[in-house]
Design a protein around this ligand. Sequence first.
Ligand SMILES: [Zn+2]
Length: 329
Amino acid sequence: MIGHQAQQEQMKEAIRSNRVAHGYCFEGPEAVGKKKMAFNFAMELLCRQGEGRCGVCHSCQMFAAGTHPDFHVYLPEGRSLKREQAERAIHELQIRSYEGGYKIFLFDDADKMTASAQNALLKSLEEPPPQTVIILVTANPQGLLPTIRSRVQSIRFYPVDEKELVAGLKNRGVDADTATKLARLSEGRPGHALSLLESKEFQALQEASEQALTYLLSPQSLKIVPFLALFEKRKGEADAILNDFLNFFRDVLVMQTTREEGRILNPARCIQVKETARRVSESAIYGIIEQIIQTKEQLRRNLNPTVGLQQMFRIIQEEISGNDRRHSF
Ligand SMILES: [Zn+2]
């Protein structure tokens, strides 16, 4: 678990002091760690070996294997979590715990429960059978009925501090530069950082984007040939590469206005960012950003991508070299 120390402590304290609530709502941004925390909490509630989750008792083993009979997870089926699903859960709620301890019901994306499903569940929150814990997990707590919200204890999750997230990623064997980049790209959401890292395409895309940027910043207009060839080869990722360009020029602006290296999204590019910030004027950078956004829009609308990219390449090179000329006089 990366981050959320206070929330972890709060849940542990609830178990220690035997003050576990019947209903919780874990709320906070997507992929920030709510579900991970809900799973850990459930595993600890069910563990047979005193405090924490031992990982070796029968209960922990079943939990880890996803076969614990007293832990139930409900996800939306399709776009919503329907009344039938809530009714299945309520039926299950009435049955005594198989292992003689808690019974735990986790509703992921709980805001996707239809009003009818929420109303069905409401009664169980009002008069819960003993040792039942219902955990609602949601990035959008406003999607829950006020009557539901008033009967559960809210546990709020916030983006994880950058330093903590970087440290957590480094503990998982990620190198420092990549960890910093992932932490910033994911905006403090560990789940998002990890899924970026795990996506097979992440590294390949990084390299392609790096190469494309080098062509773009090169003073030779002939580089347009390999530039277009690269986009041709990585067709499906044009938008991601353009987003990376936007991040780069955003970094250039940040460098121009704050001179703080620590704010750069991609520290591996620090030298390139500084160099561009020195060479190109602020207004030209805004022009470039505008051009990239327009090209993204053209690609999205499926207009001839080669023409759009060609135009973008020329305009950006003009902006950059125009500035060079101005500076050399
Ligand atoms: Zn255990």
